[in-house]
Design a protein around this ligand. Structure first.
Ligand SMILES: Nc1ncnc2c1ncn2[C@@H]1O[C@H](COP(=O)(O)OP(=O)(O)OP(=O)(O)O)[C@@H](O)[C@H]1O
Ligand SMILES: [Mg+2]
Length: 378
C-alpha cells in the first residue's frame, strides 16, 4: 500500500485509536518533506494548530528516486523502527519519539522535529556547536556499550543479532564504501584533474590490503548495535539539542563504523573550510570532544576490558573514517559540503587533500594512539 500526500490523512484517521495524537475531528494538512533518496517522508499537521504535527516515513519496496525497477526490501523500516526502540531505551530523547509502526505498509509515524536543521547544513554554514559532539558522543557511547557483546549474555547477543540481521542494507554499504569506489564502476564519478591521484590509489597494494581488512571487520564483527549511516545528514539540531534520524541501515556490527562516519563528515567539513582557521579549529575541538564523551558514556564494569574494547573501537573508527572520506570524493555518493565549492581549482585542491588524509587514516590507524594525535595529523 503506497501512500501519498492525500491518502496519508485517511491512513492516520483509520488508526486514530492507536496513534491518538490529533483530535478525531481535526482538519489535517499534509506535505512531502523528504529530500532523501530512498523513502517517502511527509509532515501532517492540524490546520487549526499547525504546531501540532507528526512525521510519517514510508519505505516503498524500491529506491524512491530510481523507481520500481530498482527494488529494495521495505523491511529496512522494520530495522529503523527497532533501532528507534533501542535508542529510546538507552538514550532517551536522542531520537524522535516513535508513535506508531506498521510493518505491512512499512510506515513509521514519529515525532516531528519541527524547527530542527540538518547538522550538515549548519556545518556548511560554518556553525559549529560544541554541544552536538557532546550529545552524539554520549548517545553512541551509551547505545554501543549497552548493546555490546562484552556486556551481555549470549542469549541477549543472539537476540540483537536476529533483530538486527539487516543483511541487504549492510551489503549495500559494504559495496558502496569498501569496494566499488576502488574499482571501475559506472556509479563512480570525480572531479576532472583527480585522475592521477585516483590511479595512484588504485595501484596502492598496502591501501588495498587495509581496505580489505576493514571490509572484513564491517561484514563480520558483531560487537553492538550500529546505526550504519551516522553522517551529518542523519543528525538534526536545534539550539542545544541534537537528534539522530534515519536508522534504516542499523545492524549488529562494528560500532566504530558510527564514530568513523561521524568523524569523517566532520573531517570533510574541515577540508571544505580550508582557509578559515577559526572554523577549522572548532571542528577539530568537536572531533576530539566526541571521543571524550563517547568514552565517558561507554559503560563497562571491568576497567581493563573497557580499555581494550575502546582501543579496538578507536582504531577501527579511524579506518572507517578514512574509507568514508575516500568514497565521498571518488564513489557514487558525494557530500554537499564539498560539491557546493564553486571554485573548481579550490575544489580539486581540497579533494586531493581529502584523498591524502583518507589514505593516511586507513593505512596508519594503528599508529594513532589518541584523539588529539588524530586531529593534529590534519
Ligand atoms: N522526525 C523528523 N522530523 C522532521 N524532519 C524529518 C524527520 N525525519 C526526517 N525528516 C526530514 O526528512 C528528510 C529525509 O528523512 P530520512 O533521512 O529519514 O529519509 P531517507 O529517505 O531515509 O533519506 P536517505 O535517502 O538519505 O536515506 C531528512 O533529511 C529531514 O529533513
Ligand atoms: Mg535513509
Amino acid at each position: 500500500m503506497e501512500l501519498n500526500k492525500e491518502t496519508i490523512i485517511q491512513y492516520l484517521r483509520e488508526r486514530q485509536s492507536e496513534i491518538s495524537f490529533f483530535d478525531p475531528d481535526a482538519d489535517l494538512h499534509s506535505e512531502e518533506i523528504g529530500d532523501g533518496n530512498l523513502n517517502f517522508v511527509y509532515r501532517v499537521s492540524d490546520t487549526a494548530q499547525p504546531k501540532r504535527s507528526l512525521v510519517l516515513k514510508q519505505a516503498p519496496p524500491y529506491i524512491k528516486i530510481l523507481g520500481p525497477d530498482y527494488p529494495l526490501p521495505s523491511e529496512r523500516l522494520t530495522y529503523e523502527s527497532r533501532a528507534l526502540e533501542v535508542y529510546n531505551r538507552f538514550a532517551s530523547g536522542a531520537v524522535p519519539a516513535q508513535h506508531y509502526f506498521d510493518s505491512d505498509a512499512a510506515v513509521i509515524v514519529m515525532e516531528d522535529l519541527r524547527g530542527y536543521r540538518l547538522l550538515r547544513d549548519d556545518l556548511i554554514a560554518g556553525k559549529v556547536n560544541q554541544t552536538v559532539p557532546d550529545q552524539i558522543g554520549r548517545f553512541m557511547g551509551c547505545v554501543h556499550s549497552q548493546t555490546h557483546k562484552n556486556n551481555l549474555d549470549s542469549v541477549s547477543v543472539d537476540r540483537y543479532r536476529e533483530d538486527f540481521a539487516n543483511t541487504v542494507m549492510q551489503s549495500i554499504t559494504a559495496d558502496y564504501v569498501f569496494t566499488l569506489p576502488f574499482t571501475e564502476h559506472e556509479t563512480n564519478f570525480y572531479t576532472d584533474g583527480l585522475e592521477p591521484d585516483v590511479k595512484q590509489l588504485k595501484a596502492d597494494e598496502a591501501f588495498f590490503q587495509q581496505a580489505q581488512n576493514l571490509k572484513k571487520v564491517f561484514l563480520t564483527a558483531q560487537q553492538g548495535l550500529t546505526h550504519g549511516d551516522l553522517h551529518t545528514g542523519s543528525i538534526m539540531v536545534k539550539d542545544n539539542s541534537a537528534k539522530v534520524i534515519d536508522a534504516e541501515f542499523a545492524f549488529y556490527g562494528p560500532v566504530g563504523f558510527d564514530i568513523g562516519l561521524y568523524w569523517a563528515n566532520y573531517f570533510l567539513s574541515y577540508f571544505s573550510h580550508t582557509g578559515n582557521i577559526a572554523i577549522q579549529s572548532e571542528l577539530k575541538a568537536a572531533i576530539a570532544q566526541t571521543w571524550d564523551t563517547y568514552t565517558t558514556g561507554f559503560q563497562m564494569v571491568n576497567a581493563s576490558q573497557k580499555s581494550r574494547t575502546l582501543q579496538q573501537i578507536f582504531h577501527e573508527s579511524i579506518g572507517f573514517a578514512g574509507m568514508e572520506m575516500l568514497r565521498r570524493v571518488i564513489g557514487a555518493a558525494h557530500v554537499r559540503d564539498i560539491e557546493s565549492i564553486v571554485d573548481k581549482e579550490k575544489k580539486l585542491h581540497i579533494e586531493t587533500a581529502i584523498l591524502k588524509f583518507g589514505i593516511f587514516l586507513v593505512k596508519e590507524r594503528h599508529n594513532i594512539t589518541t584523539v588529539y594525535e588524530l586531529v593534529e595529523s590534519l
